[in-house]
Design a binder for this molecule. Structure first.
Ligand SMILES: *Cc1c(COP(=O)(O)O)cnc(C)c1O
Length: 452
């Protein structure tokens, strides 16, 4: 690897793409939670609610948030020269490395911001659900840095597969339990009834919500899929623009993996701004796992955002909230849907999507680690693989594009997955059309609001 640019300072503003959208976003539909005494109101701080609907493009980053960002931002912008040489490509490959903080992923940028707004709203303790563990780790750091306690309900299967995720969250000051846990009424009931030992993210969020509703001074932070999470993540793309501009470079293509959308939106939205304003033709490409192909094989419909049936319905590309992704290592890309912002942009052809099988993704990640000296998180490895495929295509076509991708996190907690790959035990998981159809049948049946 070579350091292309560490230049610049942390941006002073986040970029809100809503202000530049040439169309209306379909509205959310509030849900009545049947049989549980009416609608559960999330106590999301007003500042975050405003950030999800406002049309102001530049939103000032509060000084206390910026100060904490300065501990690891701006993140490195690197050129993968040895990888370029190994591929024999005429493309130039740059990447933004977001794994250089104690939580190990890009999620810390929104975890810090969300923690700030919750603490300003008087919250003393945050709860959350986490699947692969990156979100829980980021929130552990965020809560601590604003003097709040944090309790993480981690999907049981993941909790047992990745014991060091628990250790790092505890090291950083959070309390961590496997979900289902004995600590909530819903968890205790599930344990008594048996049959769901491995847990799932929807249930972990349900437990975190029950805890928040029944504990003084406690709120649930829902994680990385909200519009405000993408907003906070735009520091990634804004920094990259400064860093590349200082070298006189503008990318032809921006690539990132797709879970809920915060690392893709984070790096791509500042570039899409230029495209929406007519000053650039940059292509933005999201990469999803073949085992969870929401954009490439899902439908654009109203669905629950988290599968617990508590949150408002949003219009998104989805595989259906009951969709269960089996046997795939990129836990952070397992989400059944993706952000309504990403969905709307895809629906209008403003961004592109591709899906790859995990063995190909791990092959590329292994090559990248050997040449560039960073072990990609399995999620980030999807972006690595797509960048390699684009560079090979450019080589074969005799093009020399500039490709920028987001290396959203490191994979030092994912060595069990790498061991499986290196020992030849990893398998690809394919999803049949029938499975997707069956899952889509469970979508909530509602009348779609008409758009003006
Ligand atoms: C969570 C995660 C993702 C996917 O989530 P997004 O919200 O789509 O960004 C990607 N990479 C890493 C390292 C993650 O932890």
């Amino acid at each position: 690897m070579s350091t292309a640019s560490q230049a610049g300072i942390t941006p002073s503003h986040w970029y809100n793409i809503i202000g530049d959208l040439p169309f209306e976003l379909p509205p959310d539909i509030a849900q009545d939670r049947q049989g549980a005494g009416g609608t559960v109101k999330f106590q999301v701080p007003l500042a975050l609610v405003r950030q999800s609907v406002g049309r102001e493009c530049d939103i000032a980053i509060p000084a206390p948030v910026r100060e904490r960002y300065n501990a690891w931002r701006p993140t490195p912008l690197l050129r993968a020269e040895r990888l370029e040489q190994a591929l024999g490509t005429t493309a130039r490959i740059y990447y933004k490395y977001e794994g250089n903080n104690v939580s190990g992923s890009h999620k810390l940028s929104t975890a810090i911001a969300q923690s700030y707004y919750y603490s300003m709203a008087g919250t003393r303790r945050l709860t959350t659900g986490t699947g692969a563990g990156q979100w829980g780790t980021a929130l552990a750091v965020g809560s601590r840095s604003f003097g709040m306690a944090c309790k993480v309900y981690m999907v049981g299967a993941s909790f047992r597969q990745k014991p060091y995720r628990k250790t790092i969250m505890e090291l950083l000051g959070a309390e961590v339990v496997a979900s289902p846990s004995g600590d909530t009424a819903s968890g205790a009931k599930s344990l008594r009834e048996g049959g769901m030992d491995s847990g799932n993210i929807a249930f972990a969020v349900t437990e975190a919500l029950e805890d928040a509703l029944s504990t003084e001074g406690t709120q649930l932070s829902v994680g990385s899929g909200e519009a405000y999470s993408i907003l906070h993540s735009t520091v990634i793309g804004l920094e990259a623009q400064n860093q590349l501009a200082s070298l006189g470079i503008a990318p032809d293509m921006v690539i990132a993996s797709l879970g809920a959308g915060s690392n893709f939106g984070g790096i791509a939205f500042p570039y899409l701004r230029d495209r929406l304003r007519g000053t650039s033709n940059v292509r933005c490409l999201t990469v999803e796992p073949e085992a969870c192909p929401k954009l490439t094989r899902g439908v654009y419909r109203y669905d629950y955002t988290d599968g617990s049936g508590i949150t408002p319905l949003q219009k998104m590309y989805t595989l259906g909230y009951r969709f269960r992704t089996a046997g795939m290592h990129a836990g952070g890309l397992r989400y059944h849907a993706c952000s309504k912002l990403i969905s709307a942009l895809y629906h209008r052809g403003l961004i592109e999507a591709v899906a790859y099988p995990q063995t190909d993704v791990f092959a590329s990640a292994t090559l990248f680690a050997r040449l560039e000296g960073i072990v990609p998180a399995p999620e980030a490895a999807h972006a690595v693989h797509a960048a390699i495929r684009e560079a090979e295509r450019a080589r074969d076509a005799g093009d020399s594009p500039v490709v920028l991708f987001c290396l959203s996190g490191h994979g030092m907690f994912d060595l069990a997955a790498y061991a499986e790959y290196l020992e030849g035990r990893m398998q690809d998981v394919s999803v049949t059309d029938a499975e997707i159809r069956a899952s889509l049948e469970a979508l909530p049946k509602i009348e779609e609001p008409e758009l003006v």
